[in-house]
Design a protein around this ligand. Structure first.
Ligand code: GLU
Length: 508
């Protein structure tokens, strides 16, 4: 009984470092398709991917879809799309040929049952006939008595008469694995160092196959990791107690242990664990994908969150990290997910990735905004993106920033009509430019800017008095990208029309 255990001598068993492992590691990401791809799962996938790259190993995707009530096909798609979008492509798994493709637990139900039957035959697991109501009542009693909630191992030694009675009553048993107590399970963790878990904290004998015949995660994961010859299990720290349970199952089945490494969990800047319930959609990779974040930025941000580049570099690619990453450089302390810092990385990548790529990634936002992209040449679309990318944190901001290029006539802010377009100087500037349009070097943005300066010089108007009326006429506002580029991209016809409309407002 649990209460006696503290008096017993605990058996400390070091089941850590497995003997010789194959040279090339086999690692996996094993998401459950019960929700969208979480940034924490993406980071775990990333660390597995990087470990595989660094050690020339194999990175595997496996879907842990045994939770039939919560698993959904749309989440599977989201996880697959999200991992691909991040560039975390797997060597084996869903959609990739090979001996284990596709990796889905639901396709192995019979296999888990066969193995659980071996455990029963070996006396290491047994049939438990406790009903949901009985187990709920047990929990209530334990809570009322201020005790930790745990299964009381009541079916461990059921007499065959009791079994027969339960069977006759139509009870369908689950399979429970015997958790040895007292006992401490310890291992050397690749990130956390020495870890020791008291089996008294594991909740009693654990269900490994539910009464509906479906294997439970802690059991299926061991069978799968063994079947797939996984050498290193790298996952979040929230699985530490599961690892202790799984080690007991490995032992019972006589399997070699893989290496375990538990990455610190992610918290927000106020030290709250990152969760869908508290934080909403911002914990999903999809949220960033839809808003035009750069996968390179997310990868760079997530990598450096708990790992330090040997040269202290902040900016580096997935490929570079894959040459340098190792588990011993992963921090043991909690990671902080700070959207402002992610935005800093994102801004950097929007400014520095090839303009053709940024343009390609911007186009869906142009379409979403209803812009007629065909109104400009492909080259000019690229120039439009180039004029505004400096000021963008995420690509979904591009629509409002470039709208004036696509509007028939830019909407001029009413206050600016008053303050910038009235007055003699505005009229002089706009008509001066209008009369020179035939001489502008249209393809040359610097030349276009110089032409405006020359007009200003000829009428002795400079600075705001010169530039603002032109900006307001062409874009509807008094700030924005480089004026020469705006003129050059809009081209003679649009500039002429816009100057004429603005001149009309000047004289009104
Ligand atoms: N399906 C588990 C999860 O999504 C996998 C944990 C593991 O890597 O073993 O948390």
């Amino acid at each position: 009984m649990p209460s006696d255990q503290s008096h017993c001598q605990k058996r400390i068993t070091q089941v850590s470092t497995p003997s010789e492992k194959p040279a090339a590691p086999r690692v996996r990401i094993a998401p459950s398709p019960t929700g969208h791809l979480h940034v924490g799962t993406a980071r775990t996938a990333l660390y597995n991917y990087l470990y595989a790259k660094k050690h020339k190993g194999t990175f595997i995707l496996r879907l842990e879809d045994t939770d039939e009530e919560r698993s959904r096909e749309e989440y599977t798609d989201d996880i697959i799309d999200g991992l691909k979008w991040l560039g975390l492509t797997w060597d084996e798994g869903l959609g990739v040929g090979g001996p284990y493709a596709p990796y889905r637990q639901t396709e192995k139900i019979d296999h888990y049952n066969t193995i659980s039957n071996h455990l029963i035959a070996a006396g290491k697991a047994y049939l438990c006939y406790a009903t949901t109501e009985e187990l709920a009542a047990l929990k209530d009693e334990q809570r009322a008595a201020g005790q930790a909630v745990r299964y009381d191992n009541r079916s461990r030694n059921l007499s065959s008469q009791h079994k027969d009675e339960h069977e006759a009553a139509g009870r369908i048993p689950s399979v429970r694995f015997m958790v040895e107590e007292p006992r401490v399970v310890s291992w050397h963790d690749g990130i956390k160092g020495e870890i020791a878990i008291d089996t008294a904290d594991l909740g009693g004998d654990m269900v490994i196959v539910k009464s509906n015949g479906v294997a439970i995660y802690n059991f299926a994961v061991v069978v799968d990791d063994v079947d797939m010859k996984i050498t290193h299990v790298i996952r979040g720290e929230d699985h530490i107690h599961n690892t202790a349970k799984q080690i007991l199952i490995y032992e019972a089945l006589g399997y070699d242990l893989p290496h375990f490494a538990h990455a610190p969990l992610m918290f927000d800047i106020e030290r709250q664990k990152l969760s869908k319930r508290k934080h909403g959609e911002v914990v999903h990779v999809d949220y960033y994908r839809k808003r035009g974040y750069m996968p390179e930025a997310i990868i760079n941000y997530l990598t450096q969150m708990s790992w330090t580049h040997p040269e202290g570099k902040e900016i580096y690619s997935l490929e570079e990290a894959g040459q340098l990453f190792d588990l011993d450089k992963v921090s043991k302390s909690n990671a902080v997910f700070d959207v402002d810092r992610l935005n800093w990385f994102n801004g950097h990548y929007i400014r520095s990735l090839p303009i053709a790529l940024i343009t390609e990634r911007s186009l869906p936002f142009f379409t979403e905004a209803g812009f007629d992209v065909k109104a400009y040449s492909a080259e000019d679309i690229e120039r439009i993106v180039a004029t505004v990318r400096e000021g963008l944190v995420m690509l979904c901001e591009i629509g409002p920033a470039v709208k004036f290029f696509f509007d028939q006539h830019p909407t001029i802010e009413s206050e600016l009509k008053e303050s910038v377009l009235t007055g003699e100087n505005a009229r002089k500037v706009l008509s001066g430019l209008l009369s020179e349009l035939g001489t502008l070097p249209w393809a040359d943005h610097q030349g276009c800017k110089k032409a405006v300066d020359a007009i200003g010089k000829s009428i002795a108007i400079k600075g705001k008095e010169l530039y603002w009326p032109v900006r307001v006429a062409l874009t509807g506002t008094n700030h924005g990208p480089d004026l020469g580029s705006i003129i050059s991209i809009l081209g003679e016809k649009r500039v002429r029309e816009r100057l004429e409309v603005a001149l009309g407002l000047c004289s009104a």
